[in-house]
Design a binder for this molecule. Sequence first.
Ligand SMILES: *Cc1c(COP(=O)(O)O)cnc(C)c1O
Length: 397
Amino acid sequence: MKRSHGSNEYERFETEAVRHQAERGPYREHSVPLYLTSSFLFDSAEHARALFAEEAEGAIYSRYSNPNVDEFIGKLAAFEGCEDGLGTATGMAAMFASLAAFLEAGDHVVASRAIFGSTHQILTKILSRWGITHTYVDPGDNEGWERAIRPETKMLFLETPSNPGLDLVDLEHVGRLAGEHDLILNVDNCFATPYVQTPATFGAHLVTHSATKFIDGQGRVLGGALLGTAPLIEEARFFCRHTGPALSPFNAWVLSKSLETLAVRMEKHAENARLLAEHLESHPATGRVRYPFLPSHPQRELAREQMRNGGGIVTFEVEGGGDAAKRFLDSLSMISLSSNLGDTRSIATHPASTTHSKLTEEERAAVGITAGLVRISVGLEAFEDIVEDVDRALSGV
Ligand SMILES: *Cc1c(COP(=O)(O)O)cnc(C)c1O
């Protein structure tokens, strides 16, 4: 199977998602076949030598490359408008590679304060041991991003919308900053997916994913992706080949099929999420409700400029704080209690005591994670059933 280097055959996302096809094998299979093999045969000793010397093209070993991983990544790179990419075993492997492959002792990163808990741990507890420093800025503070840049800054890192606060970063602004200061702009696009937003069109050089979330969309497999410009991915390929965060071919095959339905799923996730956010906002038992496309979101105009829809995540405060939030979660009957998101099934999470429990109290406060905050990854069930479950649980708090 040939890797597609970020090229789209069809203009419309839905058609490309379904019809994007790598080269077919001798059986003319209609769906993508699965290449569950750890290594590949050499024609001769000379062929093996040439492959290792990178004088010949071909697969050697699935830690380096595999047809299913290439097929999945080729499709995702095309959606993101990126030239090339790499598959990784988890989203965190992609985040780590996207930092460690490019940074060295003395380098500085300007990062959004509102990033995924484990990415925060990589910056504060792991890269800091290797002499790589960082400065956090509030995601929506355009001047703050510029002020934080130092002569030794090498990279800007962000998520938009953020998890779980749903704060946005102005992609056009940080894209311009990265260009002016010659920095690598690295965007974790997990919450939006390329159906909703494509950071590379705003100047991102690296786009990272936890494919575990909306890309799989069905809560089955872990996976990640690191996409970007051809020269940066070439550097990252060296890093990944020798450090081994490779994506399993089976998971890549699952994820590739999932991409075919990404558009329809994201439309329905977003519709259910918007309706739930509107409903929660008028509910007497809730405080602040956050959803990028709500008229009350402070960055709603920016959301409409850079996102196709508001995505599938809603966060809100349960009146009464942490104890009330716990009572709400324990009273849900259909919506699952789990830490995943982006599943067909609606999932409720309490960020302060789970996904963001490793942050200090002050760090949580700085990104708006209060004890009463609940995150709902709004699934594909009938909206009436989702809202009925939420209302019943809220009536008991
Ligand atoms: C889940 C998540 C990750 C980590 O991905 P894994 O696949 O769990 O390793 C990174 N960033 C964001 C925004 C996430 O939601």
